[in-house]
Design a protein around this ligand. Sequence first.
Ligand code: C5P
Length: 234
Amino acid sequence: MGELLYEGKAKKLFSTKDPNVLLVQYKDTATAFNGEKKEVLEGKGALNNKITSYFFDLLAENQIPSHFLERLSTLEQLVKRVTIVPLEVVVRNITAGSFAKRLGLEEGKPLPFPIVEFYYKDDNLGDPLILEDHIYALEITSEDIVSQMKKQALQINKILYEHMEQRGIRLVDFKLEFGLDQNEEVLLADEISPDTCRFWDLKSGDKLDKDRFRRNLGNVIEAYQEIDKRLGGQ
Ligand code: C5P
């Protein structure tokens, strides 16, 4: 294995022999509330690696460019080296989480159209919600890149929403990250998993995502396994 370049809350990043390719290793650590709540959930890394690989393959089939190259093993995948844009892009279809809390709304109400939000990736600040004017005033990235990220995020939402609906799951909301490759092309990066999406069972309304961990609902791994199963996993 190459040199450890970065260790995040849920993944480690290693160099490889190819300077344009990195190895991502998924961890079993679960964190919430900016790292305040932390636990090891055995099997989570493998499930998130599998589910993320599945979604990136599905998106590639639908002409969405991403950093993903291949799943190497249970915990590892190869990805293209990108420079991450320090913005989290959240898409919401149904009221939930911080959106419901901030605006005093009940959770579970369908929104008239998908809402795209940006959060500034900064652990010290707790990843605050940020307006587009703030992004440009602080020169975080360009209007062109923001518009590409927004367009791709909405396309991804359409693909994933329909795909999950056919499998009996409501895609409530999710978070994406994007990076720029050497040619300044905007590529979807990071992961798409029950750690980064809200998935509700269409029939029962059961939460099948990280909210089970955040809200101490129990059966976290069982919920992630259920998502894997609905996607055809064994
Ligand atoms: O907490 P909030 O309602 O803003 O989260 C919106 C969506 O983004 C949820 O699906 C959540 O799992 C995801 N998210 C994430 N990483 C963060 C913040 C939110 O994956 N740091």
